[in-house]
Design a protein around this ligand. Structure first.
Ligand SMILES: *Cc1c(COP(=O)(O)O)cnc(C)c1O
Length: 393
């Protein structure tokens, strides 16, 4: 056994997350650890809550980061809101919708599946039909930005349908927060979870969540306690709640929260609208380059996520060896296909600090070189020029 410090290689992260972490955020992580009940830390917690309210565009009191990755934010929503016997409409158009279904079952609920095509947005009419067929349903759950396919669903429309039928909405915004428009209050979303390592560009390991007053009412009215002690929000709020008096629930990941705070400050400095416009601008340039090369998108234009570009792998090209070359020769990570799309699709992320002109141009030139070496049927020499033209437009 060699006992020495770990030196991570230099990478450029353009997959489905984590994205590149800004040096300011890395520096924040390295600041001295203080106690999780230190008055200075309580002040930081309040700032994080306020910054998250801005990022989510919500006035929800119950807004805070769960001390675990996005999947724990997902479990927080389901564990607190789904009671044994509850019917829950779950929209499944990719990997993360499938996980929502699994959560409903494990909470003792009965999932009603709205089956969608992979690579397409959830169809709001199908949601309406499911609610008509299941008038006792209590919750509608869906993924706003399906990272496994690159499809964006109309969260405002689906949440409105849920409300018409007196249902709460549980919404996965892990990849949407900070990358595309997301208006929790205006759209009437009830229980919303996200992640730190996608468009916020903080390290993985925390999951911002926000709960509406309606969602908290359902939590308060539960007949049985939340099965998970750790994720039970009525207990977590003793620590993350109002005022100076905070009681110990678990030891917060102090330094990870320094990092999240810095990432949120950077989002605020840039401005949410500007961050969203930036994701769109670089997506347009990347798209122009990829299409000039002859690659085609999985998702139809008006249902696409700018921050997650899923393209079909050209015929006869070996998925793994291309990604290995990109990593070895350029330090560039792009995402493989997940689930049904494994081996068929590449997922190129433009998230947070990984959404810059430098990233777009590196990705296009590296991918073109590697594909040309692999004798792939692509158009050579066109991609970077097409991207430059898109920037100039
Ligand atoms: C990444 C992701 C998750 C899971 O987040 P982890 O931090 O990996 O647990 C959930 N939903 C979506 C849409 C994601 O992209």
């Amino acid at each position: 056994m060699s006992s020495s410090s770990f030196q991570p290689p230099q990478r450029v992260l353009m997959g489905p997350g984590p994205s590149d972490v800004h040096p300011r955020v890395l520096a924040a992580l390295a600041k001295p650890t203080i106690g999780h009940l230190d008055p200075a830390f309580v002040g930081l917690m309040d700032e994080i809550k306020a910054e998250l309210q801005y990022a989510f565009q919500t006035a929800n009191e119950m807004t805070m980061p769960v001390s675990a990755p996005g999947s724990a934010g997902m479990e927080t929503c389901f564990a607190n809101l789904v009671e044994p016997g509850d019917e829950v409409v779950v929209c499944v158009n990719g990997v993360f919708g499938t996980r929502m279904k699994e959560n409903v079952i494990r909470c003792g609920g009965t999932p009603v599946i709205v089956e969608g095509e992979w690579g397409r947005a959830v169809d709001p009419d199908q949601v309406r039909d499911a609610l008509k067929a299941h008038p006792d349903a209590k919750i509608v759950a869906f993924v706003h930005a399906e990272t496994s396919t690159g499809a964006r669903s109309d969260a405002a429309a689906i949440a409105a349908i849920a409300r018409e039928h007196d249902c709460l909405s549980i919404v996965d915004t892990v990849t949407s927060l900070g990358g595309i428009e997301l208006k929790v209050d205006d759209w009437g979303l009830d229980a919303v979870y996200s992640g730190t390592q996608k468009c916020l560009s903080a390290p993985p390991g925390l999951s911002p969540v926000t709960f509406s007053a309606r969602a908290l009412e359902k939590l308060k009215a539960r007949a049985t306690p939340v099965q998970s002690w750790f994720l039970d929000l009525s207990l977590v709020m003793g620590y993350w709640g109002e005022g100076q008096q905070r009681s110990y629930h678990h030891t917060a990941p102090v330094n990870a929260l320094y990092g999240l705070h810095e990432a949120l400050v950077m989002l605020h400095e840039e401005g949410l609208e500007n961050a969203i416009a930036r994701h769109r601008r670089h997506h347009e340039a990347l798209k122009a380059g990829l299409e000039a090369m002859g690659l085609s998108y999985v998702v139809p234009q008006d249902e696409r996520l700018p921050q997650l570009n899923a393209v079909w792998i050209p015929d006869g090209v070996d998925d793994a060896s291309v990604r290995r070359r990109l990593l070895e020769d350029y330090g560039l990570e792009i995402g493989a296909g997940l689930g049904d799309f494994a081996g068929k699709v590449w997922r190129i992320g433009l998230m947070g600090a990984s959404c810059t002109k430098r990233h777009v141009l590196l990705c296009l030139s590296a991918l073109e070189t590697v594909l040309a070496e692999a004798q792939a049927p692509i158009e050579r020499g066109a991609a970077v020029e097409a991207a430059a033209a898109a920037y100039a437009a």
